[in-house]
Design a protein around this ligand. Structure first.
Ligand SMILES: [Zn+2]
Length: 357
């Protein structure tokens, strides 16, 4: 686990900076969600501080990657009521069953396509809390969280956000934050944080395409399109294919020329803002060699801890991917054209200074 507790990922799936923008436009759901999200983040921080006293982080050690789906019953409590565990027949609650299936599909993807056994690579159990909420008197929570060793999914209020537990890219995205925690501990701020976000989008989209039987050419490359409701001003949270076009408040740039050093108070220095730059590079490579092959390449590069250190930059990520692609091409695991594909994809988004090395 990370030694960098202060930098650990504790943000929700819905970025706070987007909720702030929406609140400024008079959306009351966004204002309420911000207050709730901050309360939950404080609670999460407290749990992490007391982690040695609680059994919060010690329960999932079967080594058999079993699924445990809990019902939070609209409270902010983890592991409140176990509704369905590995091998059980379907539960009464439809959301429990969807979460069970999506956690299973994400585990399958890691097993079959990336040869990884669960979140920690050693068969860690997957714990998922559904109907997670700040307070039973409130409407469904507009957020989803990865908390140290488990997922927590709100139901959405039905207006600005819907179906957070019913979207495979939310479940796979949050799951991937857990994987990053074990693979390279990318610190959740500035460029390393944007790479952390980027990797979760890569896995989120790859698992979604796998589940829906799509490929790079037929996928929409949107993140969060299934969870935005009628009051959301657009079609999704982000677009990997065309950053900045997913909604009226989507300000993701798609090129390094628009990269600025933001204060940490703004989206942890832009972790959800600048993730669009490497996202677009991934999209281009996936279009050339297929999404699964591109995800395998990224996943392989992510293990190169000499280059991808906890504060790695976009340029270092490019360097690690280029090194990985050369090795994988040599071993015959990727087509030779991948080398040029990676170089031109990163050049297109302005991450270029290694191209001629
Ligand atoms: Zn995230």
């Amino acid at each position: 686990m990370s030694e960098h507790h202060n930098h650990e990922h504790k943000d929700g799936f819905i970025p706070k900076y987007l909720l702030e923008k929406l609140a400024e436009r008079g959306n009351e759901d966004a204002r309420r969600t911000l207050v709730q999200t901050e309360k939950i983040e404080k609670k999460i921080e407290k749990i992490k501080k007391n982690r040695t006293e609680s059994n919060f982080f010690l329960a999932n050690v079967s080594g058999e990657s079993k699924r445990f789906i809990y019902n939070s019953e609209n409270t902010p409590n983890f592991k409140r009521k176990l509704e369905r565990k590995e091998g059980d027949l379907p539960a009464q609650d439809e959301v429990v069953n969807i979460a069970y299936d999506f956690c299973g599909k994400t585990l399958d993807y890691f097993n079959n396509k990336l040869d990884r056994n669960s979140i920690d690579g050693q068969g860690m159990d997957v714990i998922c809390n559904v109907h997670f909420n700040d307070d039973p008197s409130e409407k469904g929570l507009n957020n989803a969280f990865w908390v140290g060793d488990q997922l927590a999914l709100g139901d959405g209020d039905g207006r600005t956000f819907i179906n957070l537990a019913r979207s495979i890219d939310v479940v796979a995205h949050e799951f991937a934050h857990g994987v990053t925690q074990y693979v390279n501990e990318l610190i959740y701020e500035r460029q390393s944080g944007a790479l952390n976000e980027h990797f979760s989008d890569v896995i989120g989209t790859a698992v979604q395409q796998y589940v829906k039987g799509q490929n790079a050419q037929t996928a929409d490359w949107l993140i969060g399109d299934e969870i935005v409701g009628p009051a959301w001003p657009g079609k999704a949270l982000r677009s990997m294919k065309a950053p900045g076009t997913a909604s009226e408040i989507d300000d993701q740039p798609d090129h390094m020329r628009d990269y600025k050093n933001l204060p940490l108070s703004k989206d942890n220095g832009g972790v959800h803002i600048y993730s669009g730059i490497p996202n677009k590079a991934f999209f281009h490579v996936a279009m050339d060699i297929g999404t699964d092959a591109a995800a395998f390449l990224w996943y392989t590069a992510w293990h190169d801890r000499e280059i991808i250190h906890p504060r790695a930059t976009f340029l270092e990520a490019f360097k690690a991917i280029l090194k990985a692609v050369e090795t994988l091409v040599e071993k015959g695991k990727l087509p030779a054209k991948t080398i040029d594909s990676v170089k031109s994809a990163f050049e297109e988004v302005g991450i270029t200074s290694l191209v001629h090395v």
